[in-house]
Design a protein around this ligand. Structure first.
Ligand code: HEM
Length: 485
């Protein structure tokens, strides 16, 4: 009620004056005993927390997932237990390269992270709006980010750094082709698909394993911006995606996505012609068609951006019984990196921040640490095994053994499987001539500023995917194919 709430210090003492600091006489210096001034300034000095190393600029909302089709033959995850079942969730969408204050309408991939608060723990689906990624080895991830973020000397984004790196990695061409296509610049977060991208696994009640890829199909329809429209959008409003999502939910125009899966029986992985754990490749739908699962709806805006969006913490390590990992080493790199980032960005007890807290009971034996606010498991035992039956492991959730063999080495996957061109070529050939032209021109604008050798290297990569792709890019850049080889 206006006028009724009373201003206090964090200790609860009344603040008598929030307009005038305490000074010695009307023109004199501040007094150290003005503890309200000291507290207010000290808190302000610490308001900024580290931003996410990438995906720093984002928007979030709460919502609901509803099962529409029975997939219990593939997974025992309780979230999918019956048609009609609903689960609460929180989603955060983001751009990748820009900092926390970056403009939304930039050519970039978009993060698509969803935290499902299931009765068996949080399941985080930390994906993107693209089905593939630039890399196959997590060792290269810091390099990727250094290449797409600011140059260490100029502090500016650098086409040279960006394209020098991308063009030296043949496996990046598929993702680069998507980012340079019309889909590389969504009109808003409501108008893009989402993908788990990696291969994950499903485990059913009979303890059978399947490989699975997750797809979120946008029900609002795909809409994109041209580079020109984006420049105008950024000029008018740097928060165009945040505004679009927030206002749509505010007026009860709730955005929705259909969750679908591609499912591969475990044994197929040995013989399928596409490496099933290669994050730079898709599984053609004719081989593994999309199977309906349910609908995700976003229907509640956060009350407070910092508390709920900035402090949200997603990790692919958060899986639930019936959903698990795969031999994809990119995924393995991520299983470490996210929790590590959360411990740095939010602290070791980040799971106690309400947006991150499981909606089911949880007991880990992890105790103490900065900002432990949940009672710290009180007087219960802190060790296991114990004679009291407290917090026992749950072997009934163990997964079927996974056969893996091979000698330890720094295996060069580029030699083992060097076909990084047929899938980008297929994607190029699927595009209409108009979309191909858009791809050429977006590429030419984006690569402008890189030196000729880098441009020629990109053209050579595109030529390997499809001659017309390389030729189109060369023409748009203004380089003759005779000068390329
Ligand atoms: C954010 C690491 C690949 C999607 C992040 C963050 C880190 C990270 C450290 C910041 C986390 C935080 O501070 O909360 C990595 C590494 C990768 C990788 C090491 C590869 C080895 C990917 C891939 C995808 C992806 C392949 C999508 C398929 C995201 C998303 C976010 C994110 C959506 C933002 C999550 C949010 O909204 O809070 N990544 N990442 N990343 N990453 Fe990755």
């Amino acid at each position: 009620m206006a006028g009724k709430q009373k201003l206090t210090t964090i200790g609860g003492a009344p603040v008598v004056d929030n307009q005038n600091s305490m000074t010695t006489g009307p023109r004199g210096p501040l007094l150290m005993q003005d503890v309200w001034f000291l507290e207010k300034m000290a808190h302000f000095d610490r308001e900024v927390i580290p931003e996410r190393r990438m995906h720093a600029k984002g928007s979030g909302a709460f919502g609901t997932f509803t099962v529409t089709n029975d997939i219990t033959q593939y997974t025992r995850a309780k979230i999918f237990a019956e048609v009609g079942k609903q689960t609460e969730l929180f989603a955060r969408f983001s751009t990748v390269a820009g900092e926390r204050g970056a403009a939304d309408a930039e050519r970039d991939i978009r993060g698509f992270a969803v935290k499902f608060y299931t009765e068996e723990g949080n399941w985080d689906m930390v994906g993107n709006n693209t089905p593939v990624f630039f890399l196959r080895d997590p060792l290269k991830f810091p390099d990727l980010n250094h290449a797409v973020k600011r140059d260490p000397k100029t502090n500016m984004r650098s086409a040279q750094n960006n394209w020098d790196f991308w063009t030296l990695l043949p496996e990046a061409l598929h993702q680069v082709t998507i980012v340079m296509s019309d889909r590389g610049l969504p009109k808003s977060y409501r108008h893009m698909h989402g993908f788990g991208s990696h291969t994950y696994s499903f485990i059913n009640a009979n303890n059978e394993r399947f490989w699975v890829k997750f797809h979120f199909k946008c029900m609002q329809g795909i809409e994109n911006l041209t580079d020109e429209e984006a420049a105008r959008a950024v000029g008018e409003d740097r928060e165009s995606h945040q505004k679009d999502l927030f206002e749509a939910i505010d007026r009860a125009d709730y955005p929705r996505w259909e969750l679908k899966v591609q499912v591969m029986p475990e044994k197929d992985a040995d013989t399928y012609h596409v490496h099933p754990f290669d994050l730079t490749k898709v599984w053609p739908h004719k081989d593994y068609p999309l199977i309906d699962v349910g609908v995700m709806e976003l229907n509640r805006n956060p009350e407070n951006y910092h508390a709920e969006v900035e402090q949200s913490a997603f990790t692919p390590a958060n899986v639930v019984p019936g959903i698990s990992f795969s031999p994809d080493k990119m995924l393995h790199g991520r299983l470490f990196s996210y929790g590590d980032a959360h411990r740095y960005r939010l602290g070791v007890n980040h799971h106690q921040i309400p947006v991150n807290t499981p909606r089911c009971p949880y007991h880990s034996y992890h105790r103490d640490g900065a900002m432990r606010v949940d009672g710290n498991y009180g007087s219960t035992k802190g060790y296991e095994p114990n004679s009291y039956g407290e917090w026992q492991e749950q072997p009934n959730f163990s997964e079927p053994p996974l056969a893996i063999n091979g000698a330890a080495d720094h295996w060069n996957f580029r030699e083992d499987d060097d076909d990084y061109y047929s899938q980008p070529g297929n994607l190029f050939r699927l595009m209409t001539p108009e979309k191909q032209q858009v791809l050429f021109e977006n590429t030419a604008r984006a690569i402008d500023g890189a030196d000729d050798e880098v441009k020629k290297r990109h053209i050579r990569n595109c030529l390997k995917a499809d001659h017309a792709y390389g030729k189109g890019v060369a023409d748009a850049i203004g380089i003759s194919l005779n000068d390329v080889n």
